[in-house]
Design a protein around this ligand. Sequence first.
Ligand SMILES: Cc1cc2nc3c(=O)[nH]c(=O)nc-3n(C[C@H](O)[C@H](O)[C@H](O)COP(=O)(O)OP(=O)(O)OC[C@H]3O[C@@H](n4cnc5c(N)ncnc54)[C@H](O)[C@@H]3O)c2cc1C
Length: 421
Amino acid sequence: MSSNNYCSAAKQVCVPGPIIIGSGPSGLAAAACLKEKGVPSLILERENCIASLWQLKTYDRLRLHLPKQFCQLPLLPFPSDFPNYPTKQQFISYMEGYARHFKLDPVFGRTVVTAEYDNGYGFWRVRTVGGEPEGVVEYVSRWVIVATGENAEEVVPKIEGMSEFVGQIVHTSGYKTGECFYGKRVLVVGCGNSGMEVCLDLCNYDAQPSLVVRDSVHVLPQEMLGTSTFGLSMWLLKWLPVRMVDRFLLLMSRLMIGDTAKFGLNRPDLGPLELKKVSGKTPVLDIGTLELIKSGKIKVWPGIKRLTRHSVEFVDGRVENFDAIICATGYKSNVPTWLKDTNFFSEKDGFPRKPFPHGWKGENGLYAVGFTKRGLLGTSMDATRIAEDIEQQWKLSSRNLRPSVLMHHCQSHEFRKETQN
Ligand SMILES: Cc1cc2nc3c(=O)[nH]c(=O)nc-3n(C[C@H](O)[C@H](O)[C@H](O)COP(=O)(O)OP(=O)(O)OC[C@H]3O[C@@H](n4cnc5c(N)ncnc54)[C@H](O)[C@@H]3O)c2cc1C
């Protein structure tokens, strides 16, 4: 459907404050920071709940990979009785408490299909589908904050013979526990944090997991010298250059977990922090999977060449039978599919073109929160900056009565005024 079709059928809603797209941690953090500065906003969410990635697409045994002090959102810390690595349920309850605390009330079931800047009037038109009652609604505002996340859509690789394979093929977003894989031979494709953890979970449910490791990967112990590896790295980076910290991390890892290459997990040429900086690739923080690989409970395989009805042929020519395949192959941004602006966001990967810490602000009132490849810590930094920036404009426009221009346009087009938060 073209944007014109949407336009002609749309009910229109005028939003005096910013429109925030997405009610994950990033969208909620931006709304809370704005609210604290007296700026109202409206959150649009395609699902029917907040933090939908965490509520709908993550496995049961998930805990935060990083200690809680690096994952809390601005203005409201985690409850003090939470453990250092909160469980998925605890994180969700924190997010729900966060939304309640700041009285954030997203409009659910509204998928943004286009967002376009109207040069003539100087505001954004954000068109949505879905909701109750079902229909097309166009929201209009001077500001749009993109908070749809780095993980908006699943990435599933195309593998030759995929349609022939008779077993189940599922993305990790659809994996909850290893319970239904009891006794089964399961191939997990992808050796990031999720792939490694799913293998561990499968072992706990007496499945027989194998792991495809196509590329090199840095595996680090989750904790070193009695503290979190992430926290220690952040601290060391205050005093030492990245390469020296990397050397330290690799030395400690070697002492603690040995030579991972012996088990098929070759390390990249660049150190873990330098690699993260240049490519965004996150090191795996091991929580026990490596021991199971060492003991042979989890077998490591190279890349897949093709699938047949019951088996998998690997690039080294070996063939093995499997009952199921789990794709731990990650996610991608969906921004290029709906944002009609290619200056700020790259069409290639759906991330802001400017690298961190400059990728939070575009032109004409366009912002991005949560696209830093730095997890929830990056989200907090973005949300705080955005709220400060919009607050200035909000104050200025209130003084100059600029919203009245928007209101006038809205009224002349029989728009409905709506601000939720
Ligand atoms: C398994 C897993 C574990 C993780 N663990 C950690 C961790 O320990 N620490 C950490 O810092 N980070 C972690 N992350 C990174 C994670 O991405 C962030 O924690 C966080 O969820 C990002 O928040 P977000 O709001 O930017 O994106 P999301 O949580 O993905 O929220 C985006 C929201 O936008 C909505 N949306 C998308 N497209 C549209 C549209 N077109 N219209 C309307 N709504 C839309 C989605 O439905 C979603 O609700 C983990 C990620 C995964 C997958």
